[in-house]
Unconditional design. Structure first.
Length: 243
């Protein structure tokens, strides 16, 4: 069962347990530069939220006010923020947490994931990812494998998120196929919410799910092939993905 990831407001013990540094090699001008992925504390959230909001405003003309309860930032050796993402578990112990994307669904998300998987899926095996944003396409390409690895380390089995088709294609090129489980119709939002999302829904986003355990194994296999294998398999991205 996944640990209880209540995020930066749940106390210092939980915060320190969830602040993981992950180092990866990036192929840039034939040099390898280490990057680190770290969960933000309460103070660090301010920077990540501003970064995510700025990217969605630039690409979609969207105005973001709400963010995932846990946010992670990808930084280079100098500490420059390159990309970010957020996550929200579908359940804390016996407590069910409604996911943002369940606005689009007519039944609980675990039922649709189970239908896609062809087997029962407990709700506490599901985690929602959102607020996916990168300063450059390259930064976002590096973030995607680290998101998969982070979720796998925390014990989740299935990821769900909302995104445009190009994001699904990028995962597929990496060997991490996603399944569309529902459309994300803008009509499910209030008039005020629609206005805040700018042009985002012009890209016809869908609700997707992916097998985290399978993805983690695929990533391990790719890394054994060569350090550049991940970059070679990922399609270019625009710099923002799931809300």
């Amino acid at each position: 069962m996944p640990r209880d990831p209540r995020g930066p407001n749940s106390g210092s013990d939980m915060l320190s347990a969830s602040c993981n540094d992950v180092t990866v090699a990036v192929n840039a001008d034939d040099r390898q530069a280490p990057l680190s992925l770290r969960e933000a504390d309460a103070a660090g959230r301010v920077e990540l939220q501003a970064f995510i909001a700025a990217r969605f405003a630039e690409v979609y003309g969207a105005t973001l006010y709400n963010f995932m309860p846990r946010l992670f930032g990808l930084r280079d050796e100098q500490g420059t923020l390159l990309a970010a993402f957020g996550m929200r578990p579908a359940q804390h112990g016996s407590e069910r947490d409604p996911l943002f994307l369940e606005h689009y669904l007519d039944r609980p998300v675990e039922g649709l994931v189970a239908q896609a998987a062809g087997r029962p899926v407990p709700r506490d095996h599901v985690v929602e990812v959102g607020n996916l944003a990168g300063a450059t396409p390259g930064a976002l390409r590096q973030l995607i494998p680290l998101v998969c690895e982070q979720l796998h380390r925390e014990g989740y089995h299935w990821v769900v998120f909302t995104g445009p088709a190009r994001l699904c294609n990028s995962f597929s090129r990496l060997g991490l196929p996603l399944k569309v489980i529902a459309s994300a119709p803008v009509e499910r939002l209030s008039a005020e919410e629609r206005q805040r999302w700018g042009r985002y829904y012009d890209h016809q986003p869908s609700v997707m799910t992916g097998d985290i355990v399978s993805a983690a194994q695929t990533l391990r296999d790719l890394r054994r092939l060569s350090p550049a294998a991940l970059n070679d398999r990922l399609a270019p991205l625009t710099g923002v993905g799931a809300p």
